[in-house]
Design a protein around this ligand. Structure first.
Ligand code: IPM
Ligand code: MG
Length: 371
């Protein structure tokens, strides 16, 4: 078995960020010690906590360490304390700055309904149907980064944000989505609002042109309003979904609800350098410090990191299996609790998953990775 040695920058951030990140780190530590890998964790200030400590949400030393690391693990940013700050000095600006600086233009959000949580799905699924999709969200452009203006006088205020995309920006993320679809069920749904927006017209034309290089992938272009409807009506129809920055932000929260809780969904951001992994749930300030957050989104980030950045697919699978095993045993954080299941806190959930990883690692040592 090949042992790896890697450095992981850990940006725990605000709200429940520190609790869920601690959980993910503890699972990675278990993988490392059980299987002989070495992971060095470098904790760095980021988000609101960095504003308080260093005067800015993305300190230069944090960015620098992220560039040098083999992967970045991020918790969440934001909270009421910083809500009155101007947009460019809020914790969220640090997150957008980090995505931009690291050149992270692809964001993958896998939304999978786990077997043990099937009853948590709020929509009806036919027998044999499930939800297992990936949203590929453009992450470095669009309205998040377009020109913005605010002006006001005589009692009226005007503010604008501009959605801007170039064909090249669309094509590079589309290429990734087509490759991802080609490796899965060969279906890609591209989301736009081409009946109204010029930027969406360019989006659709560019995606359709890119499709010519992937004759094996079936492309469907959908308007975003229809996509929102279809997601609730028949989520099983979707496999890989390609979206702009803004549409992906919205549709991924909707899709997460279908999997039982937004606390379960990880994400991976890729670009020109270091990849970044963050759960999509945000800082959830109302849960912070109560040990009741769901760490599974963050723990599944650790699994994605092992597979995609460190080339350790079996370790990744061991973590994913440990999550499923723990849920199947009936353990639940409050967001996914149901009659008959056992409610536990964030740290207990992490400990259960960690123990399940240790157990499968022990079997691996004894019998090899098996099939
Ligand atoms: C997400 C979040 C962020 C986004 C916020 C916190 C800036 O909602 O990652 O989905 O809008 O991208
Ligand atoms: Mg969001």
């Amino acid at each position: 078995m090949s042992r790896v040695q890697k450095a992981i920058a850990v940006l725990a951030g605000d709200g429940i960020g520190p609790e869920v990140t601690r959980a993910a780190v503890s699972v990675l530590e278990e993988c490392a010690s059980a299987l002989g890998h070495r992971f060095d964790f470098i904790a760095l200030p980021f988000g609101g906590i960095a504003i308080d400590r260093c005067g800015e949400p993305l300190p230069a030393e944090t960015l620098d360490a992220c560039r040098k690391a083999d992967a970045v693990l991020l918790g969440a940013v934001g909270g009421a304390k910083w809500d009155s700050q101007p947009l460019n000095r809020r914790p969220e600006a640090g997150l957008l700055g980090l995505r931009k600086e690291l050149g992270l233009y692809i964001n993958v959000r896998p939304v999978k309904l786990l077997g043990a949580l099937r009853a948590m799905c709020p929509v009806r699924l036919d027998e044999g149907e499930t939800i297992d999709m990936e949203i590929v969200r453009e992450l470095a452009g669009g309205i998040y980064f377009g020109p913005r203006q605010s002006s006001g006088s005589n009692g009226d205020e005007i503010a604008s944000d501009m959605e801007v995309y170039s064909a090249k920006e669309i094509e590079r993320v589309a290429l990734y989505a087509f490759r991802r679809a080609a490796a899965r069920s060969k279906r890609l749904a591209s989301i736009d609002k081409a009946n109204v927006l010029a930027s969406s017209g360019l989006w659709r034309r560019t995606v359709e042109r890119t499709a010519k290089g992937f004759p094996e992938v079936k492309l469907d272009s959908l308007y975003v309003d229809n996509a929102a409807l279809q997601l609730v009506l028949r989520p099983a129809q979707f496999d890989v979904m390609l979206t702009s920055n803004m549409f992906g932000d919205i549709l991924s929260d909707e899709a997460a609800a279908l999997a039982g809780s937004i606390g379960l969904i990880p994400s991976m951001s890729l670009g020109n350098g270091t990849a970044l992994y963050e759960p999509i749930h945000g800082s959830a300030p109302q849960l912070a410090g109560k040990n009741s957050a769901n760490p599974i989104g963050a723990i599944l980030c650790a699994a994605m990191l092992l597979r995609e950045s460190f080339g350790l697919p079996r370790e990744a699978m061991a973590v994913e299996k440990a999550v499923e095993h723990t849920l199947a045993a009936g353990f639940r954080t409050p967001d996914i609790v149901r009659g008959g299941s056992r409610m536990i806190g964030c740290s207990e959930m992490a400990a259960q998953i960690r123990a399940a990883v240790a157990e499968s690692a022990m079997e691996t040592e004894k019998y090899g990775w098996g099939v």
